[in-house]
Design a binder for this molecule. Structure first.
Ligand SMILES: [Zn+2]
Length: 212
């Protein structure tokens, strides 16, 4: 569902730009609102969420989909943990659909989807591993990397139950906003993918904003 935000960009307590291929990891406190902004359109923000007070509890696509009875995420979606508890709620969305089934790009999947010689190319999973390694203070390890959300990615289910990666429905300036229902570690890989026509082979920056 398309819903615009009433928040004033100038009032944000944080406004970061994340280049394509980089990661962004911070704690969003309970009650704060997080916006991810697709600055150029059709970029993918591959995102993991953890309970900051117990990082063993992570975002769960299975629990989120089951409880809302819908495979797509948009305004009103409650993003749940593997303990079934709300981590965040989507409160505004000008894109209208986000994927949580397709998973993130990895060097292994690059070889299957594109070509064997793509194995060395930077992928979202590498960015997550780098983030976890460079920031031990969050208490995360490789084992904690679980389900993710691909904000701005359009991955429709076909009538026979398959998945297709379709051209994006996002555009420059589209955004999604979430209210944190508890203290949440947010780990975004701004996708470096150069092989996927979804982003016109041109990964672009995203902006991340937080309001108190
Ligand atoms: Zn990716």
């Amino acid at each position: 569902m398309l819903t615009e935000s009433t928040r004033d960009t100038a009032a944000a307590v944080l406004h970061d730009t994340v280049p394509a291929g980089d990661y962004w990891m911070k704690v969003v406190r309970q009650g704060q609102t997080l916006r991810i902004l697709d600055t150029h359109g059709n970029q993918a923000a591959d995102t993991l969420f953890f309970n900051a007070d117990d990082p063993a509890e992570h975002y769960s696509a299975v629990d989120t989909i089951r409880e809302q009875g819908n495979v797509y995420l948009t305004t009103g979606s409650v993003l749940r943990s593997d303990a079934g508890r709300p981590l965040l709620t989507i409160v505004a969305d000008t894109c209208g659909r986000h994927d949580t089934l397709g998973g993130a790009c990895a060097t292994e999947s690059n070889t299957v989807r594109y070509a064997l010689e793509k194995k060395h190319m930077h992928a979202c999973r590498d960015s997550w591993l780098k983030a976890v390694q460079e920031h031990p203070e969050f208490g995360l390890t490789k084992r904690d990397i679980a389900h993710n959300i691909n904000f701005f990615m359009n991955v429709p289910i076909t009538p026979d139950g398959g998945l297709t990666f379709e051209d994006g429905i996002s555009a420059p300036g589209k955004y999604v906003e979430m209210r944190a229902e508890r203290n949440v570690i947010v780990l975004i890989s701004n996708c470096p993918q150069l092989n996927n026509p979804c982003n016109a082979y041109d990964p672009t920056p995203i902006d991340v904003l937080i309001w108190d």
